[in-house]
Design a protein around this ligand. Sequence first.
Ligand code: S3P
Length: 445
Amino acid sequence: MNCHISKQPLTTRPETTITTIPGDKSLSHRAVILGSLAKGTSSFSGFLTAEDCLNTLKVFNALGIQSEPSGTNLTIHGKGLSGLRAPLNDAILDVGNSGTGIRLITGVLAAQAFDTAITGDASIQKRPMKRIITPLSLMGAQITGQSLAGKTDIYPVLTIKGGQLNATTYTLPVASAQVKSAILLASLFSKDVTTVIEPEATRDHTERMLQGYGADIRREGTAIMCSGRKPLIAPTGRTIQIPADISSAAFFIVLGLITPHAGLHLTHIGINPTRDALLHVLKAMGAKIDIHSIAGEDFEPHATISVYPSEMTNIDLDPAVIPFLIDEIPILAVAAMFAKGTLRVTGAKELRVKESDRIAGIARIAAAVGITIDETEDGFSLTGRPSGASFTLDSHGDHRIAMSGIVLAYAAEMSATVKDCACIQTSFPNFFEILEGLGFLHQLG
Ligand code: S3P
């Protein structure tokens, strides 16, 4: 499915409040996983009903977990740490497009008393899995995968021989919350204390949610310690609120900075300090962003984010903040196309192994609108303003590249065809609805 945009002159829009940015994807995956592994019933609001998280839910349903989704509310009847059962007819579990899904769930499957196989779509089958297989194997897991011609990693389909795991101490060689979380989830099933050392901090949703479920988990400096074989207990009598996803809000935050309007207010947006670097970086570039009405600090903080059209100047991005805005770099690159000077990104090699090679994706976006970009193995530098009347962009099935291209078309007042947009359903089912509400028109087909 392609998205066709015809040239729309930008007129100043009235002050608008958007209350429908969907729930956080990272938290929604973890809600399903921890809700399933806990004793008792968990209730969540703000669950992301997009393909990625629905696939995680389907996987746990196939493992014997009952759930009641109702709009964005989700009830999960957890069965405790030893409550999962083998999928019927040895069905291969399917995570669709979700790297978070496959990596976190594999941590759980490695410790089961049954064997499983897990895979996903064409993109997942090209994503590296050694990063979880190595630490999980140190814990005693038995996982095999596929090789790909000309590549050195291990790829799905993963075949997992379930068994008893041992605690370990592991230093993350890449800054990855998915790897950290796979180990922490596996550690729940093993005797003794597992320690994960993360030299560079990454998003901490797993730790926060595990704490909420009564796990014995604590942090000392860069080390996270988690004791195994302690039951997780669903917080009964309470609905756990999943805030809106800052990674989805990012598209409208940037749109709000680079198009004329009287103020755009996005409510209930997650501002976990391990996820909010985009806001700080944009502010450092001169963006007018106001973060207010902060709440939810006992679990995952959220706030209203107000943005206003801004004159911005590009910066050299500090590599230390990369893990805290890794998914927002494509739309940050679009913001940079409307700012003075050069945006320099280094230390972002991980972008090469996301849903697609996102450095290449950003280079395609820049090239489509005549912008000079120097691509390096771990980043890029980008200078200049969009030029031309129209462009065509192939998203290569990557939702964040597709949405970045669409925001660019409106802000640059260009007509555009963004190819392969069905992928937007993996994270942001009402993306087009919100755009329409703001008066930005398009045709899908
Ligand atoms: C995620 C972690 C990040 C991020 C992904 C979601 C998570 O990946 O890019 O979209 O939910 O843990 P890495 O941990 O591999 O960097």
